[in-house]
Structures are given as structure tokens and as C-alpha cells.
Ligand binder design. Structure first.
Ligand SMILES: CC(C)(COP(=O)(O)OP(=O)(O)OC[C@H]1O[C@@H](n2cnc3c(N)ncnc32)[C@H](O)[C@@H]1OP(=O)(O)O)[C@@H](O)C(=O)NCCC(=O)NCCS
Length: 169
């Protein structure tokens, strides 16, 4: 259904297969609803200077981070899922409204980079979140994120001096 995301089922509570039809034993990347207990881990991820440089996004202090995430978690227009990699909290993926469009965003802890976590998480998210079109704005030098979007079917629709805009139809 257009404009409605349906990632309500937590794949890990099923024994045989998850929402993607794949065995959770074979797929190390899984999504589940975000828990309050994830926030300290996500806070550490967004403190990592390498991640801030890549995303061109400054780290928030703890109080600002917690306030921001409590707002996100309470906002029914935002769909956010925690990414698990081999059972560990590896990051998050979300869809949120931004200037009249629906955008996606994600952040992976540095310890998990380069193992297909973002690509696996975003592609699972997109199978359940049926909202289209979806947009993403990426810092031009964030080649890893650009590659993730391209592998998940997003196409460039605009290049600005600092960021490239992607869209998924
Ligand atoms: C960008 C980010 C999400 C990537 O996560 P990840 O789990 O390492 O991504 P994946 O392993 O799924 O895929 C990364 C892809 O980028 C490629 N890549 C990585 N660094 C690259 C570089 N410097 N140049 C070109 N490609 C690069 C990888 O080779 C891989 O592509 P491949 O599968 O074709 O080989 C992660 O680094 C991150 O969270 N960064 C901080 C926050 C951020 O940038 N969020 C996105 C904001 S738009």
C-alpha cells in the first residue's frame, strides 16, 4: 500500500524464516523495532569521528541525542528500525518526512563497516516499507553511502555542490 510501511513483524521471533523469506540463520543482518536500550549504543556510533566525517554531520551531546531520539521514537510519521548484525546492535535505518518528501537515512557503527551491513539492512527495509518515491541526500564525498543507495536501486536525480540527491521510484 503506497505511503504505508508494514515492517511490524519482528523477524527474529519466527523460527523458520523472516519477512524476507530468508532463514535468519543464513542472513546475519536483521531488523527489529528500536528499543530504549539501543540508544546508548547508537549514541556511541554517532560519536565516532570517522562516521561524522563521512556523513558530514556533527555528533550531538548525550542530552541532545537522547531528546532527539525520544522525539523520533514517538513520531508516528517516522519509521525506524534497529539493525542487528550477528545479534549485535550495528546501527539504524529509518524513513522520515523532510521538506514534503520521504527520505531514508542510516548509520552503522564503524566496527561493522565494509561487511554489507548497510546494504543488507536497507534492502530489507525497502521490502517492507512500501513508500515511494523515497529520497536520500548524501554528501558527495560519502562514496560508501552512495554505493549502498545505488545497490538498493536508488538513482541520482540531482547533484549540488555538497550533496547528491537520490531517488527510488
Ligand atoms: C556509509 C555507511 C552506511 C556504509 O555502511 P557499510 O555497512 O560499511 O556499507 P556496505 O558494506 O553495505 O557497502 C559499502 C559499499 O561501499 C563501498 N565503499 C566503501 N568505501 C568506499 C570508497 N571509499 N569508495 C568507493 N566505494 C566504497 C564498498 O566497497 C561497498 O560496495 P561493494 O559492496 O560494491 O563493494 C557507513 O559507513 C556509515 O554508517 N557511515 C556513517 C554514517 C553515514 O554516512 N550515513 C549515511 C548518510 S547518507
Amino acid at each position: 500500500m503506497k505511503g504505508k510501511c508494514q515492517l511490524g513483524v519482528t523477524p527474529h521471533i519466527r523460527n523458520s524464516e523472516n519477512d524476507t523469506g530468508e532463514s535468519p540463520r543464513l542472513h546475519p543482518v536483521r531488523l527489529r523495532k528500536i528499543l530504549e536500550s539501543d540508544l546508548p549504543i547508537l549514541f556511541e556510533h554517532q560519536q565516532e569521528p570517522e562516521g561524522n566525517r563521512l556523513a558530514v554531520f556533527p555528533a550531538r551531546g548525550r542530552a541532545a541525542f537522547m531528546a532527539h531520539w525520544h522525539k523520533i521514537m514517538a513520531d508516528r510519521k517516522v519509521m525506524v528500525r534497529t539493525i542487528l548484525y550477528q545479534g549485535q546492535v550495528a546501527g539504524y535505518v529509518m524513513r522520515f518526512p523532510w521538506h514534503g518528501k520521504q527520505e531514508v537515512g542510516y548509520w552503522i557503527g564503524k566496527a561493522f563497516w565494509g561487511q554489507g551491513v548497510a546494504t543488507g539492512a536497507l534492502s530489507q527495509f525497502l521490502r517492507h516499507c512500501k513508500t515511494r518515491p523515497l529520497h536520500a541526500g548524501v554528501a558527495n564525498q560519502n562514496l560508501a553511502s552512495r554505493r549502498v543507495l545505488e545497490k538498493c536501486g536508488f538513482r541520482t536525480i540531482g547533484e549540488e555542490p555538497e550533496e547528491t540527491v537520490y531517488r527510488l521510484e
